[in-house]
Design a protein around this ligand. Sequence first.
Ligand SMILES: Cc1cc2ncn([C@H]3O[C@H](COP(=O)(O)O)[C@@H](O)[C@H]3O)c2cc1C
Ligand SMILES: O=C(O)c1cccnc1
Length: 352
Amino acid sequence: MNEVRFKIQPLKHSAKSAISTRIAQKTKPLGALGKLEALAQQLAEVLTVDAKQPILLQQPVLTVFAGDHGIATEGVSIAPSEVTGQMVANFANGGAAINVFCRQLGWQLQVVDCGILQPPAAHLAVISQRLGSSTAAFHNAPAMSEAQLQQGLSFGAESISAALQAGSNVFAFGEMGIGNTSSAAAIFSALSGLPASETVGKGTGVSAEVMAKKCQLITQALELHRAALTSPWAILRHLGGFEICQMVGAMLAVAQAGKVVLVDGFIATAAAMLAVAAYPACKEYLVFAHCSGEQGHQKMLDYLQVEALLNLQLRLGEGTGAALALPLLQCAAAFYNDMASFATAAVTEVNH
Ligand SMILES: Cc1cc2ncn([C@H]3O[C@H](COP(=O)(O)O)[C@@H](O)[C@H]3O)c2cc1C
Ligand SMILES: O=C(O)c1cccnc1
């Protein structure tokens, strides 16, 4: 299979300074809308062609990718792998946290089976893009084959192509996969050089003993694959998950289309780190929605030199943190589009 490639344009907006002038001229002290100002600037640079055009957020779509992990048989989670499939059925039936938030906030939700051990009975609400039934346990073997990696990247891109064609311009990605905080921590260690003790966290809420075991398995995996971990794709293939792989492909496809990605928690940020390592220009299309309670997440954000919008101590995944940030994007767009300027409102200009 050919290597999947993406073409991502660096954001060199000709109206950068006109956009910041538009924000500066709103009737408020300079900078008083805090992070919403940087957010409006980013949204305008990604989604508009000049500083006169409004930011229009259209048909937000959130895709949850599900995949099972070989490492889960080592007991690295509070839950067994069968919970992945059970949660996919829960998503299909509308009962999970992410379903509730999507309904509340107006996200269109889609669920992708990327390769789980126990898929629920065929369900219209679940897209089947299976790469296998589970990855291999990455402390013993590469998690997936080169063919699965390439297929996964292109499946990820395909999962959002219909929405892109229909005009969606805001995307978020969630994941479900028992054991995937181990995979995300291993990816973070491989990319950053940090030891596993710095990147491993409690995931679903495991004990100190299980955390030590996670740490030991990841250290073993990093040693086993050390010579092979020479590129973001090699790291993804050896340490990743089917759902993480498809998420990377989907994030890169959104950036390629020049639209916005809201990045969720620890696992989604591991995917974003791989996407950025492979295509640095993709970072400008990413909005980091929240800082998760997983101990390594703030370190990932620091490593990427980005700030998250929210810190609600969530540690769930599924895309929940990304879903919750949509109203902030909407308000950033609304103030940019509709707030009066000093000139139009006849308020004495205070910003010089
Ligand atoms: C019922 C349930 C629902 C979830 N929804 C998301 N996760 C989250 O927990 C898993 C990662 O944590 P670990 O690495 O410790 O397994 C992922 O599936 C993630 O999406 C869940 C976990 C459980 C148990
Ligand atoms: O931050 C996350 O995405 C996360 C944290 C713990 C468990 N599952 C997901």
